[in-house]
Design a protein around this ligand. Structure first.
Ligand SMILES: *[C@@H]1O[C@H](CO)[C@@H](O)[C@H](O)[C@H]1NC(C)=O
Ligand SMILES: *[C@@H]1O[C@H](CO)[C@@H](O)[C@H](O)[C@H]1NC(C)=O
Ligand SMILES: *[C@@H]1O[C@H](CO)[C@@H](O)[C@H](O)[C@H]1NC(C)=O
Ligand SMILES: *[C@@H]1O[C@H](CO)[C@@H](O)[C@H](O)[C@H]1NC(C)=O
Length: 328
């Protein structure tokens, strides 16, 4: 019988593993307590030596570390599929997988709602200064120090990265509405008539006063929004990041908040989670969340199912649907 490894904890989808995977393959759970033990278990004769596919969640990192080149190269030779539970897959070395002939899938779509509503909340809180107002109230200060803030409808929302999450975030602002511009490598095939595409990054930034970041983290996007880009935004702009902390230069953001170039910011992600730059905590005009993007039961269950679906399709027909763009 085929064997697969569940590398991470199944939380919501126990029944789904039984109905979707168990009829097709023997399911092994990760029991290695360290990377060294895991690599040993992958060698011929080891308990994982015969696995064909892997379901992965980043929670396995606490025991065996991320799927860097070293770990990918020690996987058993039969492994041809890694079904990652998550939309961001920067914890997997995709080039090492390519070299080994392993395909990797993620869970696009599953987290669109959860992440887009987080972005919407941060946009509203940044513009209306609600996080600050809440702290005021809790501190017994009522409206002391608060000044009139801004309506979203007076602003232009710039969506950086127009995949599923970016599109959903833009859709959610249609109720105000805001003018919506976007920048991505290619013009979106499903572009709504109310969204304007800017092929040129600089022109896009010049047109934007609420920048919401929705690109994946990779070599090209690391530090994509830096000092120069932040200063290209109009004075009084707002930056919201629900993608990955390393896409935004946090020190440049802090400087631009301190000297008043930026009006406010809303962050759900940070370069070195769960560490937070203490300077950020000193700004009353910044709304900070502890990476809440996918913290909904619905998103998490959808992610598990979507990842399991890819593993099931691979076991049945040799291929799942959600192969990451780099390997397509
Ligand atoms: C899938 O990912 C979500 C979000 O990180 C997590 O809550 C859930 O526990 C994960 N499921 C598994 C099986 O790892
Ligand atoms: C794997 O873990 C799940 C619960 O997390 C359990 O139901 C199942 O029996 C375990 N399988 C094996 C082979 O230990
Ligand atoms: C994945 O896990 C590693 C190690 O535990 C951690 O450093 C990293 O921040 C995690 N990445 C995500 C996106 O959760
Ligand atoms: C945001 O907070 C910083 C730090 O207190 C302050 O210097 C800046 O003037 C504030 N910006 C606005 C627009 O209130």
């Amino acid at each position: 019988m085929l064997k697969v490894l569940i590398c991470g904890n199944i939380v919501w989808a126990h029944k789904d593993v039984e109905t979707m995977i168990s009829p097709l393959a023997e399911v092994l759970n990760l029991s290695s307590m360290s990377r060294a033990e895991f690599c040993q278990d992958c060698k011929p004769g080891g308990k994982y030596s015969e696995i064909m596919g892997i379901y992965r969640h980043n929670s396995s990192s606490s025991k065996i570390g991320t799927y860097d080149a070293e770990l990918v190269h020690s996987l058993p030779s039969g492994v041809k599929w890694i079904a990652h539970n998550g939309s961001g897959y920067d914890q997997i070395d995709i080039e090492a997988c390519r070299a080994r002939g392993i395909l990797v899938s993620n869970t696009p779509g599953a987290v669109d709602d959860g992440t887009a509503t987080t972005a919407l909340y941060l946009i509203i809180s940044a513009l209306r200064q609600f996080a600050r107002a809440e702290k005021n109230l809790a501190g017994g200060d009522w409206k002391r120090g608060l000044t009139p803030a801004h309506d979203p409808s007076s602003r232009t929302l710039g969506i950086l990265g127009f995949g599923g999450i970016g599109l959903r975030a833009a859709e959610l602002t249609r109720g105000f509405p805001m003018r919506v511009v976007y920048h991505s490598r290619k013009r979106a095939v499903n572009e709504p008539e109310w969204a304007e595409y800017y092929a040129d990054f600089k022109e896009f930034l010049e047109a934007t006063d609420i920048l919401s970041i929705h690109v994946p983290l990779n070599m090209e996007t690391c530090g994509l929004v830096g000092e120069k880009e932040i200063r290209t935004l109009r004075k009084g702009s707002v930056i919201v990041n629900t993608a990955r902390g390393k896409i935004l230069d946090e020190d440049a953001l802090i400087r631009a908040l301190a000297d008043g170039h930026l009006y406010a910011a809303g962050l759900d992600v940070y370069p070195d989670e769960p560490k937070i730059n203490p300077k950020l905590l000193t700004f009353p005009n910044v709304t900070l969340l502890p990476h809440m993007g996918t913290e909904t039961e619905e998103s998490q269950h959808r992610m598990e199912i979507r990842a399991l679906q890819n593993l099931q399709d691979y076991l049945k027909g040799g291929k799942g649907k959600d192969i990451v763009p780099e390997l397509r």
